[in-house]
Design a protein around this ligand. Sequence first.
Ligand code: ZN
Length: 480
Amino acid sequence: MAKVLIPTPLRQYADKRDSVELTGATVAEVLGALTTQYPDLRKQIYNDEGKLRSFVNVYLNDEDIRYLKKEATSVASNDTLSIVPSIAGGSTGVATPPATLSNDEILRHSRHLIMPEVGIEGQLKLKNAKVLLVGAGGLGAPLGLYLSAAGIGRIGVVDFDVVDFTNLQRQVIHGTKDVGRKKLDSASERMRDINPNVQIDRYEVALSSENALEILSGYDLVVDGTDNFPTRYLVNDACVLLKKPNVYGSIFRFEGQATVFAYPGGPCYRCLYPEPPPPGLVPSCAEGGVLGILPGLIGLVQATEAVKLILGAGDPLVGRLLLYDALAMRFRELKLRKSPECPACGDHPTITKLIDYQQFCGIPQHQPAPEPGLAQGEIDPVDVKKKIDRGDRFLLIDVREPHEYQICNIPYARLIPLGELPKRVHELDSAIEIVAHCKSGVRSAKACDFLRQAGFRKVKNMKGGIVAWSDKVDPRVPKY
Ligand code: ZN
């Protein structure tokens, strides 16, 4: 006789009994005997095709039968069968780590499961893992795609940027249709499409000294896909303070780097670079350019390291800086040592809490005043105001987002967000002079370039954007 344990929610279908002794040679026979004795239970456990429902797990002693030989598994007397349905309840808000994979997940991840280095155990580790992705841009794109596909159970994404046309050359998680959308929206939509089982936590913020510890503390490891020095140091210091591995990658033109920082016993970013370069010395990708494919390769090195760390498999890229030169098609590896003098992870750390990273990197808190004088194709806001007052025939377009338009706007301007410009270009008359503005002049410069390429000849960029308008023309317009 085998014993079948009936869980609380199902006892109402089994005369309120908590266990039943039954005979049968296999799991299927024992469950058959059970549901013959209690026909109402049958509907709860089996679907119309006679298959075990996906939210019902059956354990033989302490093994999940789906990983044995399913219902054909033989049952000896004194064995215990437990029926364990999934339960939606629990009011603490703390999810219990999933102990099993659903049949869908088993099928989805079958190429992992048949590898001894992963298997069910490894796939469950991935499912229970929580990874924070800082940035949904160049590096974040392949990371988001592959970490979702790999079955990481929970992925946090920190990003507050909007997709633009210049992103599409490398940020393959976003599509042309996503231009103008929040990167968080477009990335999480794509990740969910790849793997609906992934829980995506969205952080539409700039990571800062105020929020970093709180955000990072919810994750097992951090993958740094940022593009600026202040955030690099912030992520590093927060990871060191929280003792969480920081999977690092960086890219510039044809060259990339990757390593794992803040791993127990290993070096951190400050061991390598105690201080940032002076601002302006190392150009950003926006200034210096980047081969679109490069972040794909470096991001996938990071994704590989993240998965290895979760699985505990192989040799992590700790204490080794991987250098990749795409032009030479050469990988090199440099030894990295943990520095006893490191201000973050050394013997006498001075970084015991997060600091002001903008200041640390020598970046002024406010935008520097624009250079005096106008470049070609620019117009001063004062002259735009004169044109409006004179009643000149021209069109002023505001290429910011609608929510920015709500914060402040120039009543004369027509709102055409930069992302919508390509599909709304037919609304514009190339015979009439067009002046474009945005917040500070960067996006409207892109709009002007786009329009010029589209054949518009009389196009001007309002220098300094609506911020300059507020300074020079109408101080009632709020700056944001
Ligand atoms: Zn260090």
